[in-house]
Ligand binder design. Structure first.
Ligand code: ADP
Ligand code: ADP
Length: 226
């Protein structure tokens, strides 16, 4: 059960900037949460704290009932997709997707099965042998998502995954993410500054401003009572 709980979570950077004040949220197993708000409101910082890429200054992060504050990122059952894809340029699509599984020393045939399943879900089977530089932005983002889902993460974090795509591709990928969600059993936390993305993807939307949560609700609640 991958519930995610943030209790009075706060982030103060070394330069004394308080990026996140007193963040409280209980995310249900398999819920799709969207953090939305203008640039600089603390969305990425919050996501990075869940991933373990940024230390939590105060408060608690729980996955299930386990406190995660001091757990190394590699020991968290979490995958993250970034705006800039962050693929390994010297590896093929297949190798990019297999990499984390190789590190875990999974048997080769099991790795192959997982990579091909994920490739099928994301419709990238036909370019498994290509290097990232031979792919379009949309294709690269599919690979980045594929690389994340081969690990069957309990929690899937996405930081502005569609922001580098043009409007047409963005709409297409948004629909893909909705489909993906139906096929994998994962709790999602998704960061965007785009209201349409928030409204179409989120079970609940968390609106942030200046490091504070302004509102939490379903798209209907947030839309009807802004
Ligand atoms: P975002 O798209 O989240 O607004 P930014 O362009 O603000 O991203 O930040 C890009 C990177 O720079 C991030 O890794 C962020 O943590 C870091 N960063 C942002 N603001 C500062 C700052 N004031 N001092 C140091 N690093 C920062
Ligand atoms: P968002 O993702 O909503 O754009 P961020 O979480 O990137 O917001 O940033 C929240 C605040 O924290 C901003 O004021 C930003 O400049 C600051 N910040 C982000 N990263 C760093 C950092 N590494 N060091 C210092 N300040 C940072």
């Amino acid at each position: 059960m991958a519930t995610v709980t943030l209790k009075n979570v706060k982030k103060i950077y070394d330069n004394k900037v308080t990026a996140v004040h007193d963040f409280n949220l209980e995310i249900a197993d398999k819920e799709f949460i969207v953090l939305v708000g203008p640039s600089g409101c603390g969305k990425s910082t919050t996501l990075r704290m869940v991933a373990g890429l940024e230390e939590i200054s105060e408060g608690d992060l729980l996955i299930g009932d386990k406190r995660m504050n001091d757990v190394e990122p590699k020991d968290r059952d979490i995958a993250m997709v970034f705006q800039n894809y962050a693929l390994y340029p010297h590896m093929t699509v297949y190798e990019n997707m297999a990499f984390a599984l190789k590190l875990r020393k999974l048997p080769k045939d099991e790795i192959d099965k997982k990579v091909r399943e994920a490739a099928e879900i994301l419709d990238i089977t036909s370019y498994l042998d290509r290097k990232p530089k031979a792919l379009s932005g949309g294709q690269r983002q599919r690979v980045a998502i594929g690389r994340a889902i081969v690990r069957n993460p309990q929690v899937f974090l996405m930081d502005e995954p569609l922001s580098n795509l043009d409007a047409k591709l963005r709409n297409q990928m948004r629909a893909e993410i909705i489909k993906l969600r139906q096929r994998i059993d994962t709790t999602f936390i998704y960061v965007t500054h785009d209201q349409t993305e928030a409204m179409t993807l989120g079970d609940r939307i968390v609106i942030m401003k200046d490091g504070y949560i302004q509102q939490i609700g379903t798209p209907q609640e947030v839309f009807e009572h802004p």
